[in-house]
Design a protein around this ligand. Structure first.
Ligand code: SF4
Length: 154
């Protein structure tokens, strides 16, 4: 079993209230090979919701209390992001998950690149809160942009 960002499998859980159309990733869920999770919804945030960005660091820094997750209007959602990451990790552990495919650039799910906290569209190297927690616990995290060739899905 792998974990996948629910929005990549078509669930309308994005902050905008929609999902993405990746038929090959949705099929993994339909075939029972992937468990769809949305850490922001699991953390208690509504859909749709204000955009969030990590301010002052990356997902590891949020987990370590050195950075915060804020909405574009300045509301602090750090607690919800950490709670959601923990709930995803719990699901991963009870399902013996070793690999995840998570949405790149998300403040929760990004694994290589995130937005820089300025809400100006600028990106920076780094990962989101959930990706950081999974990686710290030995789970391999890929994105929709680099999973092909790195994961055996048979
Ligand atoms: S938190 Fe992750 S799964 Fe949920 S909408 Fe954002 S990118 Fe998708």
């Amino acid at each position: 079993m792998i974990i996948i960002s629910a929005c990549l499998a078509g669930e309308k859980c994005r902050y905008t209230g929609d999902g993405f159309d990746f038929p090959e990733l949705r099929k993994l869920v339909d075939d029972g090979k992937a468990l769809p999770v949305c850490p922001e919804v699991l953390g208690g945030l509504p859909t749709p919701r204000e955009p969030n960005e990590i301010v002052g660091g990356c997902g590891y820094d949020v987990l370590d209390g050195k950075a915060r997750v804020l909405t574009s209007s300045g509301s602090d959602k750090t607690e919800e992001f950490i709670r959601g990451a923990g709930r995803v990790l719990h699901k991963a552990l009870v399902n013996d998950v070793k690999t995840a495919i998570l949405k790149e650039r998300s403040p929760s799910c990004g694994s290589n690149v995130i937005y820089d906290g300025s809400f100006s569209g600028k990106k920076t190297p780094g990962c989101g809160c959930t990706a950081a927690l999974l990686i710290r616990n030995g789970i391999s995290v890929f994105s929709e942009e680099n999973y092909m060739g790195n994961i055996c899905l048979d």
